[in-house]
Design a protein. Structure first.
Lengths: 131, 78
C-alpha cells in the first residue's frame, strides 16, 4: 500500500457515505514530495448539506504496508459553528481527544476511525435537523 | 486519482495564508496555541489544529530541501 491506495480507499468511503468534496477529492489529497509515496495529507471540506459540512485534515504515513493517521482533525460545522471536533495531535497527552459544543469542552475520546466520525456527524446533523 | 505533491514550500504558502488571515506569525501562533494563550482564543479550534499541523510538518522538514541545509552539510568535515 502507498498513500495513493489510501487516498483511493478514502474517496470510496466518502462516496459510500454520500459525502462529496466541496471542490474535488483530488484537490484534497497530496503526497509529500520525496517520501517515496509513503506520506501525504488530506485536507478540505466534505459537504453534508447546505448548512453542514465536515472539515477534514489527515496527515498519513505508510508503514508495514498499512496506513497510519499520524495526525487527524475532523470537525462538524453547522451554520458556521463547530458542533464537535475529534483530533489526534501528538503534542497532547493522550494524543486523541475531542471538543464538544459552543464552549469547545475538552473530552477524552481514544482513537476514532473516520467512519465513526462520519456516523456521528450524520447523527448530529439529523438531531439538529440541519439539512 | 491524479497524483499531486506538496513540499515545504507548499506548506510555507499555507502558513502564509493563515498568517495573513489571523495577523500572527506562525511561530508566535504555535507558541500561543501550545500554551492555550488568549492570543489564539478567538481562532476557531479547527483552524488552530490545522495551522499547528501544517507548522509542525514544515518545522520537521524545512531543513531537508533548501540550500541552507546543503550548505551546512558541505561545510561539515567529511
Amino acid at each position: 500500500m502507498n498513500v495513493w491506495d489510501y487516498f483511493d480507499q478514502w474517496q470510496r468511503q466518502c462516496e459510500a457515505n454520500s459525502l462529496p468534496s466541496d471542490s474535488s477529492y483530488n484537490d484534497m489529497c497530496a503526497a509529500f514530495a520525496g517520501s517515496d509515496e509513503n506520506m501525504g495529507r488530506i485536507f478540505g471540506r466534505l459537504v453534508i448539506s447546505e448548512r453542514a459540512y465536515l472539515s477534514v485534515s489527515e496527515r498519513v504515513v505508510i508503514g508495514d504496508g498499512r496506513a497510519y493517521r499520524e495526525e487527524y482533525s475532523y470537525y462538524l460545522i453547522v451554520d458556521d459553528e463547530e458542533v464537535f471536533g475529534r483530533d489526534r495531535d501528538l503534542t497532547h497527552v493522550p494524543p486523541e481527544h475531542g471538543h464538544e459544543g459552543e464552549g469547545h469542552e475538552w473530552i477524552e475520546t481514544g482513537p476514532v476511525s473516520f467512519q465513526e466520525v462520519i456516523d456521528l456527524a450524520w447523527e448530529r446533523v439529523t438531531e439538529l435537523d440541519a439539512f | 486519482m491524479e497524483k499531486r505533491y506538496y513540499d515545504t514550500r507548499t506548506l510555507e504558502r499555507a502558513l502564509d495564508v493563515y498568517e495573513a488571515h489571523f495577523g500572527l506569525r506562525s511561530s508566535e501562533f504555535y507558541e500561543a496555541h501550545q500554551a492555550d494563550d488568549e492570543r489564539v482564543a478567538t481562532i476557531p479550534r479547527r483552524h488552530r489544529q490545522h495551522w499547528a499541523s501544517f507548522y509542525r510538518e514544515w518545522e520537521e522538514f524545512r531543513g531537508e530541501d533548501d540550500f541552507a541545509g546543503q550548505v551546512r552539510r558541505q561545510l561539515e568535515p567529511a
